[in-house]
Design a binder for this molecule. Structure first.
Ligand code: SAH
Length: 389
């Protein structure tokens, strides 16, 4: 089923021009001789791109301090799709925010799995594409967020990697994906899943550990401002070893997923070019360090590619690594991508691979693919959109 929903927010947020009638400055300057606002000090972009402690720059220096707190509550604790719903803020401020609440506009919104999966393609003011997918389950609502527009790491089977790197996302652009999903869910609750995002996985576009300073700030905001539990956040990496160590040294008990896909360096370097820089032994050492520091089991992601990495010999080698790390393995069938002829493994091959791992004493989950009919695989919506189909 493919169900296109109307775009729920106005276009061109963040692009408010100086002549926009919603601009608050004339209002405020007419407030009397004591009201002096230096326009240059006022933030013109999305409030999600402003440090939450500096929201006075958005509400205006002449507003009482509690205004910043009210706005902060709306942005992070009770996000709404439209600024006009921020009922305790003055009308001028609501109007000023109405076209720039979000740091992106919604270019495409699709739903699948009978409404349990929603996917958005957002577009920033400078043209960068951001994808997010929300997936409702019985006990959790998981949002898959992007950390970069595009990706430089060029894994052969990944649609994002096939189309190259655009730019890093700012922390606010990452957090706004979560806020937007929460605002959407508030108006369109999922039928049998929690009505807000309970889990975040950094498995959308990009390599989060190649953009770690901003991902780190985003994690801090999700925990500190949105009240999420670190244990419900998962950073997924293709093996940026220094980043894994940095994440391990940071205080939050977040989860780590390592996208392994191959259990020997020869095959892995073919699929994941970064393996030539950080080979399996180094990734394993870093993952083991993470486990020791955090006491949290690492998961190993394995995209099942027919005839490439679904042989018994790979399962046996993977079992050795997973046992040493006491890691959980997630198997997922490849979602075919436009620039590769790779095919997903057959269900039988996936079943045999999982059985071999279990036989080797490893915990395995075969993950169901969500939203395949709406191209919810990594980077695919953007690809389709940029091809104009
Ligand atoms: N760069 C990070 C996070 C983004 S990719 C990483 O590699 O982990 C998120 C997950 O989607 C990874 O496990 C990745 O291997 C997987 N993935 C990418 N392309 C895929 C495809 N075409 N089919 C199935 N899984 C894919």
């Amino acid at each position: 089923m493919q169900n296109r929903l109307p775009t729920p927010i106005p276009t061109s947020p963040g692009l408010t021009s100086k002549t926009n009638p919603a601009d608050p400055r004339p209002d405020r300057l007419s407030g009397g001789p004591n009201v002096q606002v230096a326009p240059a000090a006022r933030s013109e972009g999305s409030p999600y791109l402003v440090d939450p402690d500096r929201l006075d720059q958005v509400v205006g220096a002449d507003e009482p301090p509690y205004r910043s707190n009210q706005l902060q509550e709306w942005l992070y604790r009770h996000p709404v799709l439209h600024a006009r719903e921020m009922t305790n803020l003055p009308g001028g401020l609501r109007r000023a925010l109405s076209h720039r609440l979000w740091p992106f506009e919604v270019e495409e919104h699709q739903s699948a799995d009978r409404g349990a999966t929603h996917k958005w393609l957002f577009r920033t003011g400078d043209g960068a594409a951001i994808e997010s997918v929300v997936m409702g389950y019985r006990t959790r609502t998981t949002l898959c967020v992007s950390s970069q527009a595009g990706c430089a790491l060029a894994c052969t089977f990944c649609a994002t990697g096939q189309f190259g790197f655009e730019r890093h996302l700012q922390a606010g652009e990452i957090v706004a994906q979560v806020a937007y999903a929460n605002a959407f869910l508030r108006e369109h609750p999922l039928r049998s899943s929690p009505p807000r995002v309970t889990n975040v996985v950094f498995m959308g576009m990009g390599e989060p550990l190649a953009n770690y300073p901003r991902v780190r700030s985003a994690i801090g905001l999700m925990i500190g401002e949105m009240g999420m539990s670190a244990r419900s956040l998962t950073v997924s990496t293709v093996g940026v070893v220094p980043g894994i160590r940095r994440l391990a040294d940071d205080p939050w008990p977040v989860n780590l997923a390592v996208s392994l896909h191959a259990a020997d360096d020869e095959l892995r370097s073919l699929l994941v070019p970064l393996n030539r820089r950080y080979p399996l032994s180094e990734i394993e050492a870093a993952a083991s360090y993470f486990f020791e520091k955090k006491g949290r089991r690492v998961s190993l992601e394995w995209t099942m590619i027919r005839g490439v990495n679904d042989h018994r010999s790979q399962a046996d080698r993977l079992a050795v690594i997973a046992r040493r790390l006491r890691a959980h393995v997630n198997l997922i069938a490849l979602n075919p991508t436009p620039l590769s002829s790779d095919m997903p493994s057959t269900p039988q091959a996936i079943g045999r691979f999982a059985a071999a791992l279990r036989h080797g004493g490893v915990n395995v989950t075969v993950r169901s693919t969500r939203g395949t009919e709406i191209d919810a695989a990594c980077g695919q919506l953007r690809v389709r959109s940029s091809r104009g189909s």
